[in-house]
Design a protein around this ligand. Structure first.
Ligand SMILES: Cc1ncc(COP(=O)(O)O)c(C=O)c1O
Length: 389
C-alpha cells in the first residue's frame, strides 16, 4: 500500500474469529488475562497486549495506526479531545524551569494553557511572529525545550515556515511540536521537515461530521513513550466508541478534504474585493502574505477562510444573523458550513491587546466551508453580506 487514501481505508486491526469486514466497537473497560503469568508479563511490559482501555484499546489502536501512517511517523497516543492532546504533550515533556517557544497565533485554549497554567509550574513561554522566521532564532533560549507551532493558525490562517523550524530544531535540539489540525495529514506532513510531534484535534476534519471529540499526538517513538507514560497515569485517553467513529471517518477523509478545499478556494475568490469586506484570507489566494510558503508546504489551501467585515462587530453580528444555510456554532471541519466570530467566542478569553496582536479584530469572521453545493454556500454568504449593510 503506497497511496495515503488507500492506507486511510485499509489500515485495520486484526479480524476476530467472527471474520467481520468492518472493525466492531470494543466497548470494554478491561481485557481478560489467560492466566496469572500473562497478567504479570503484560504489566511488566514483557509482552504486548491490551490490559485496560485507559492504556490501550483495539479501536483506539486502529485510529492511532492510521494517523501514524498518514503522518509518516512512528507511534502515537489518542486523547479525549484536541486540548487533552496539546496539554499532554506539554505535561509529559516540559519540566520546571523549561521554556517553550510558540508561534504567536494559536488556538485560544492553547494560548490559555501557555499563559495561565504552565506558569504555575515555572514553565515560561515566549511568542514569535509566524510571519517573521528570520526573528525566531534570537528568541531561542538555553532552556528552550519545545517549539510549538500551529500552521495554518486558528483563526488567523498565518503560515509558519516548517522547513525553517526543522533547521532550527536540528541546530538547537528542542522538541518541534506542530499542531496540524487545519491541514490534516493529507495536506501537510510536518514530520517530513523534522517535527518530533504532530498534534491534532480530531474533533475537526478527522471526524468531519461534527459528532465526536478527540485528539492525537503522533511522532517519534521515544518521545511518544514519554507521552504514553504521562497519559496512562493521568487518564485523558480517547473512548473506544469515539475512536471507532473517528477511524471510520478517516476512510472518507481524502474525498472530504478535496471538496472542502475546492469549495473554500472558490468562496474565497468570489469574496475578494467585495465592498462589504476589508480583506479576505485564504492560504492559496495570491493576496495571502505567505502565499508562496503556503504553496510550498501545503498540497491544497484547506477548508477555512477568514474575512474582516467593515464596521466591526456590529456588522459582523448582522451578517451572522442573516445567514440561512450556514450554522452558527463554535466548531469547524464539518460537512456543514459554519461561521464563527472568534473575538466573542473561541478567543474571547484573550485580552483585546492579545487579540489585536494576532489579527483577531472585532470584524473578523471565520468560515469553515462545508461540503454543500458551492453555489448554495456562495448565495447564502453573499445575501447575508448584502443585507448586513
Ligand atoms: C488548531 C486547534 N488545535 C486544537 C484545538 C482543540 O481541540 P478540541 O476542541 O478537540 O479540544 C482546536 C479547536 O478548535 C484547534 O482549532
Amino acid at each position: 500500500m503506497k497511496d495515503k487514501k488507500t492506507k486511510a481505508i485499509h489500515e485495520q486491526i486484526d479480524r476476530s474469529h467472527n471474520r467481520e469486514h468492518s472493525t466492531p466497537v470494543y466497548l470494554t473497560s478491561s481485557f481478560t488475562f489467560e492466566d496469572a503469568e500473562q497478567a504479570r508479563a503484560l504489566f511488566a511490559d514483557e509482552i504486548e497486549g491490551n490490559i485496560y482501555s485507559r492504556f490501550t484499546n483495539p479501536n483506539v489502536s486502529e485510529l492511532i495506526s492510521k494517523l501514524v501512517v498518514l503522518e509518516n511517523t512512528e507511534d502515537g497516543f489518542a486523547f479525549a479531545s484536541g486540548m487533552a492532546a496539546v496539554f499532554a504533550s506539554f505535561g509529559a515533556l516540559l519540566r520546571s524551569g523549561d521554556h517553550i517557544l510558540c508561534s504567536r497565533s494559536l488556538f485560544g485554549s492553547t494560548h490559555q494553557i501557555l499563559t495561565k497554567i504552565l506558569p504555575n509550574w515555572n514553565i515560561s513561554h515566549s511568542f514569535v511572529d509566524p510571519e517573521r522566521p528570520d526573528k525566531w532564532e534570537e528568541a531561542i533560549r538555553e532552556n528552550t525545550k519545545m517549539f510549538f507551532i500551529e500552521t495554518p493558525s486558528n483563526p488567523g490562517l498565518d503560515i509558519a515556515d516548517l522547513e525553517m523550524a526543522g533547521k532550527l530544531k536540528q541546530k538547537y535540539k528542542f522538541i518541534l511540536n506542530v499542531d496540524n489540525t487545519f491541514c490534516t495529514p493529507l495536506l501537510q506532513n510536518p514530520a517530513d521537515y523534522g517535527a518530533d510531534l504532530i498534534t491534532h484535534s480530531a474533533t475537526k476534519f478527522l471526524d468531519g461530521q461534527g459528532r465526536v471529540m478527540g485528539g492525537l499526538v503522533v511522532g517519534k517513538k521515544e518521545t511518544i513513550a514519554e507521552i504514553r507514560f504521562f497519559a496512562r497515569q493521568t487518564g485523558p485517553s480517547l473512548s473506544p466508541f469515539n475512536a471507532w467513529v473517528l477511524s471510520k471517518s478517516m476512510e472518507t477523509l481524502s474525498v472530504r478534504m478535496e471538496c472542502h478545499c475546492k469549495n473554500a478556494h472558490i468562496l474565497a475568490k468570489s469574496l475578494e474585493g467585495h465592498p462589504a469586506l476589508e480583506s479576505v484570507r485564504y492560504p492559496f489566494l495570491s493576496s495571502h502574505p505567505q502565499y508562496k510558503l503556503a504553496k510550498k508546504q501545503m498540497k491544497q489551501g484547506g477548508g477555512i477562510i477568514t474575512f474582516i467585515i467593515k464596521d466591526g462587530y456590529e456588522r459582523a453580528a448582522k451578517f451572522m444573523n442573516y445567514l440561512q444555510l450556514a450554522s452558527l456554532t463554535a466548531n469547524l471541519g464539518d460537512t456543514r458550513t459554519i461561521v464563527t466570530h472568534p473575538a466573542s467566542t473561541t478567543h474571547s478569553k484573550l485580552t483585546e491587546k492579545e487579540r489585536n496582536r494576532v489579527g483577531i479584530f472585532p470584524g473578523l469572521l471565520r468560515i469553515s466551508v462545508g461540503l454543500e453545493d458551492i453555489d448554495d454556500i456562495k448565495t447564502d454568504v453573499l445575501q447575508a453580506l448584502g443585507k448586513s449593510a
